[in-house]
Design a protein. Structure first.
Length: 286
């Protein structure tokens, strides 16, 4: 049995991700827990990203190694390797940690009843980034700008080749893309929004107004918060901030909490923003 995103449901599971934040949150994905009885396992497979395996309960034997033949078993319900030749055979005891590089084959078999946690990381391809970020770039265009520069036919003469895509329209499209992609800030903003967008199965319970009593703040375990040199991003939204507030909100993103003394230094505008986040259930008072 595999339970993905355990960190979204249990505070203790979320806490298990903290030691792995030596890698940026832009790559840290989730904590999956697998349970198996004696002899149980998924079968030999590989993942296109880094994986840390933590043995929680019982023992599990792992056969691992680089994969030369990536062909898969035909018609299998999972992407299982057709031919797997492991180079190492390891027995994990409770508390043991095993790191697997990207694209390393691994086959875990339970020795008795066991439970294993898997810390996975994002490793998006260029294709994935383009596919996910381009719609955000289009949505970010101001309404007025979206209507500017309507295409016009280059000449007034009627065409004798109506099936041909006009060179002038191709040039018009190239110019439009250069304008969208040429602004570095717009692309950075779309990337930050995508990286912090909650997964489809995530929802937040409505929060309560902040007490204003000078208590510390902490992010909800489901919240994803990051920043760049210009903006702060939280759960798919972008927020430009003035330097004093930006330093404090970046601290919230790095530590996932903001001390009461730091909270008191937020400007009135940033305080109102934090209040909105609290009412949305994105952060809470400690």
């Amino acid at each position: 049995m595999l339970v993905q995103g355990a960190d979204l449901h249990l505070e203790r599971a979320r806490a298990m991700l903290e030691p792995f934040r030596f890698v940026t949150d832009a790559r840290l994905d989730d904590l999956m827990i697998s349970f198996a009885t004696d002899g149980g396992g998924v079968g030999p497979h590989l993942d296109p990203y880094d994986v840390f395996l933590i043995q929680l309960q019982g023992r599990r034997r792992w056969r691992i190694g680089p994969v030369k033949d990536r062909r898969l078993v035909d018609e299998a319900p999972l992407k299982l390797l057709r031919h797997f030749a492991p180079t190492q055979d390891l027995l994990l005891e409770p508390g043991d940690l095993l790191y697997l590089p990207p694209l390393w084959g691994h086959d875990g078999i339970a020795v008795g009843t066991c439970m294993t946690a898997s810390v996975g990381f994002r490793a998006p391809t260029r294709q994935t980034i383009v596919r996910e970020v381009l719609p955000l770039l289009a949505d970010a265009l101001p309404e007025a700008q979206a209507w500017e520069g309507l295409y016009r036919d280059a000449g007034s003469a009627a065409t004798t080749t109506p099936g041909r895509v006009p060179e002038s329209l191709q040039a018009f499209a190239r110019t439009a893309w250069r304008q969208v992609l040429g602004e570095r800030g717009r692309l950075s903003r779309a990337l930050g929004q995508w990286l912090t967008e909650p997964k489809p199965q995530v929802w937040f319970d409505p929060g309560t107004p902040l007490s204003g009593s000078g208590r510390a703040l902490h992010l909800d375990r489901r919240s994803r918060m990051m920043y760049d040199s210009v903006q702060v991003y939280l759960n798919g939204e972008a927020y430009p901030c003035a330097p004093p507030d930006a330093r404090l909100l970046r601290r919230l993103a790095d530590r996932r909490e903001l001390a009461a003394a730091d909270r008191a230094r937020l400007s009135k505008a940033a305080g109102a923003l934090v209040e909105r986040w609290a009412q949305a259930g994105w952060l809470h008072e400690s």
